[in-house]
Design a protein around this ligand. Structure first.
Ligand code: FEO
Ligand code: CA
Ligand code: CA
Ligand code: CA
Length: 653
């Protein structure tokens, strides 16, 4: 075993070579000036009207594209929606806004002590040691697990939250460029990554973190883990910190995730390319790193300058240990998290876990980058509610496949199995380990559809359909438009609905349909498409994560409005009936923040969500917001909020 001291030993390499700027999929500015024409979208859609009818979308959806519908927008707002709340006004300021009659309570915030004796947050006295005992930075995924396990308790449970990345410019009073940041700050930022698991209880005054809970756990980039599945132990996985290719260390760049039916949490490693110093040129994995988008660059975190593990010159295969789905048992704080390599390696946005009618488990996965793919994993074995030990092995064996969308409204799942089709030695695949490690290359070869940045891919538990949330792809050219990605220079994103035949999520083919095209329907050149009665506050841009309430209504969090001078937030909509695709504005985030990880307690009386990177784009000295503390001596702090109704009732009803 390699000790923590060795893993943190400073590297001898001093400066990485100069790099070109990396494309940060979440932070790069977007020009709104070149959206598709309304006519071009209409032409693409006309051929699909029959499919729309067959799926029961009806005249309301077809009306999306009529001038009368645009004229009617805003009138009779909300009357046909089942969602009952007063919409939050569009805009942007330094506050968080929820509808009248609701309250938002900050439950967890960056730096909050989560163990007995943990130091209170003090921005002037930060260290890796204190950060390991406090809530990490930039929450993305939020999962609620009732206590005791297996119950539906909505007043007492565990909250598992991801910490995706850090913003040193907003964390430290003494701020420098990241490449010049002193080692203690770099180590503090490192420890602010990963995941926090905490016990919460709802009291008369709101949700409270129980600091002396035996469940509380910080998972960091140094936590001991293991690899399982096809890549575990493969020679490509052997590094100087993992001589057997099966032990691995920690997790970082954790974006979204899910709670499994057997009470574990799966967390998705996404933008791992920002964590390694050096270039892949000339390394054994050069081809893989190039396909993964690892170009080095100014946005690279300086971990590898100070810690050998992330320095490609010294430990060239380390990136193969990240980009996986990681399973954590939050009910056992001593358990070893497991990277489930059977689910493939890419820039995983999340992992939606669903039990198929036949008991097999189906995971839906999005690879969040322009032109990347939507994946599905179907387990070999079946879920048994009373056999938890067996369920904990489910994600190691099954069939991974990738989606091809055609213009007739059919999606085909292409298996990614070694030896089948092009996945042979002729294309340098020698085993299933190569398939899961070189997942993007495998998907390229089977003809998958290149999508507009797949974020969440989620199953509606009431209707059984699958929603694919595509956040944007402004690079798509006119000639690259296809039925499932119908707008060139897609600045605003869209959402597809996939319908498995007879509810069978393991089927080779599903039907699919556009659910909505985001953007401002008041500007027809954007080609937006919603229910015709969507209000001036009700349209959204750049959908990202979403969840469903007990009625199957969709709650969509966004990430991208700040690039257009507006605030991100949460919008809710019916997915069926007269209010289908009538999005309504439920929550508005403070300036700079995206909203992530929406989730409900089982009784739907609490809506949790993460407010990630409030104040992003500003500095510690001059933040655009000091949410949530609003103290002159405190920076903005990423946080998880609990939204409840003042009368304690069901959210949105
Ligand atoms: Fe971490 Fe794709 O958002
Ligand atoms: Ca983001
Ligand atoms: Ca996301
Ligand atoms: Ca995003």
């Amino acid at each position: 075993m390699v000790g923590a001291g060795r893993r943190l030993r400073r590297a001898s390499v001093v400066m990485p070579p100069p790099h070109q700027r990396l494309d940060d999929p979440d932070d790069e500015p977007v020009s709104p000036g070149d959206a598709a024409t309304f006519d071009s979208i209409l032409r693409l859609r006309l051929s699909r009207r029959e499919t729309l009818k067959a799926l029961g979308a009806g005249a309301a959806m077809l009306g999306l594209f009529s001038d009368q519908a645009v004229a009617a927008r805003g009138a009779n707002e909300g009357a046909v929606s089942s969602l009952i709340f007063s919409e939050v006004p569009r805009g942007r300021d330094d506050r968080l806004h929820v509808p009248a009659g609701y309250r938002a309570q900050v439950v967890l915030r960056w730096g909050q002590p989560m163990f007995p004796g943990a130091p209170a947050f003090d921005p002037h006295r930060q260290s890796a040691q204190s950060q390991q005992l406090q809530i990490g930075y930039n929450n993305d995924f939020v999962g609620y697990l009732p206590l005791p396990r297996g119950t539906a308790d909505s007043d007492h449970g565990l909250l598992a939250v991801n910490h995706e990345y850090t913003l040193g410019s907003l964390m430290f009073p003494e701020t420098t460029h990241r490449l010049l940041r002193p080692v203690p700050q770099v180590a503090t930022e490192m420890m602010a990554h990963g995941m926090s698991i905490v016990e919460l209880r709802r009291t008369a005054s709101g949700w409270r973190l129980i600091t002396d809970s035996a469940f509380n756990r910080r998972i960091t980039p140094l936590t001991r883990m293991r690899l399982s599945g096809p890549a575990a132990g493969h020679p490509r996985m052997k590094t100087r910190y993992s001589p057997d290719g099966a032990v691995t260390w920690g997790t970082y760049a954790n974006c979204s995730g899910d709670v499994t039916p057997w009470g574990t949490v799966v967390t998705a490693e996404e933008n791992i390319q920002f964590y390694y110093s050096g270039l892949g040129d000339g390394l054994p994995e050069e081809e893989n790193y190039r396909r993964f988008g690892m170009h080095g660059g100014l946005l690279t975190m300086p971990w590898g300058r100070h810690f050998q593990r992330w320095n490609l010159a010294l430990n060239p295969n380390e990136p193969l240990h990240a980009g996986w789905i990681v399973e954590v048992d939050p009910f056992d704080p001593t358990s070893t998290p497991v990277k489930r390599t059977a689910l493939g390696r890419c820039k995983h946005e999340g992992c939606c876990v669903h039990v198929n009618a036949d008991g097999r488990v189906v995971c839906y996965l999005g690879d969040d980058q322009e032109y990347e793919y939507v994946y599905r994993f179907v387990t070999r074995d079946r879920f048994h509610p009373d056999r938890r030990a067996e369920n904990l092995q489910l994600l190691d064996d099954g069939i991974l496949s990738v989606a091809e969308f055609d213009a007739t409204g059919t999606v085909t799942w292409h298996p990614l199995v070694f030896g089948r089709g092009p996945l042979t030695q002729r294309n340098r695949f020698h085993s299933q380990a190569d398939v899961v490690i070189d997942l993007r290359k495998a998907a390229d070869l089977v003809g998958a559809t290149r999508m507009d940045r797949p974020e969440s891919v989620v199953v509606n538990p009431v209707t059984g359909s699958v929603f694919v949330v595509l956040t944007a792809n402004r690079r798509r050219m006119n000639a690259e438009v296809d039925a499932a990605n119908p707008r060139p220079h897609n600045t605003f994103g869209h959402i597809l609905e996939l319908v498995p035949p007879d509810g069978d999520h393991s089927a080779l083919k599903f039907k699919w349909e556009v659910f909505l095209l985001a953007g401002n329907p008041g500007q027809p050149e954007q080609g937006a498409g919603y229910h015709p009665q969507v209000s001036s506050n009700g349209w959204l841009m750049c959908p990202d994560n979403c969840d469903f309430d007990a009625e199957g209504r969709m709650w969509i969090a966004t990430d991208g409005a700040n690039l257009h001078g507006l605030a991100d937030g949460v919008w809710a909509t019916d997915v069926a009936g007269p209010g289908r695709a009538l999005t309504r504005h439920f929550l508005r985030a403070p300036i700079g923040a995206e909203v992530c990880g929406p989730c409900f307690t089982p009784d739907n009386t609490t809506f949790f969500c993460a407010i990630q990177h409030p104040g992003e784009g500003s500095t510690y000295a001059h933040p655009t917001t000091r949410w949530p503390d609003f103290r002159a001596d405190q920076p903005p702090r990423p946080a998880v909020v609990a939204v409840t109704r003042e009368d304690g009732g069901v959210i949105g009803s």
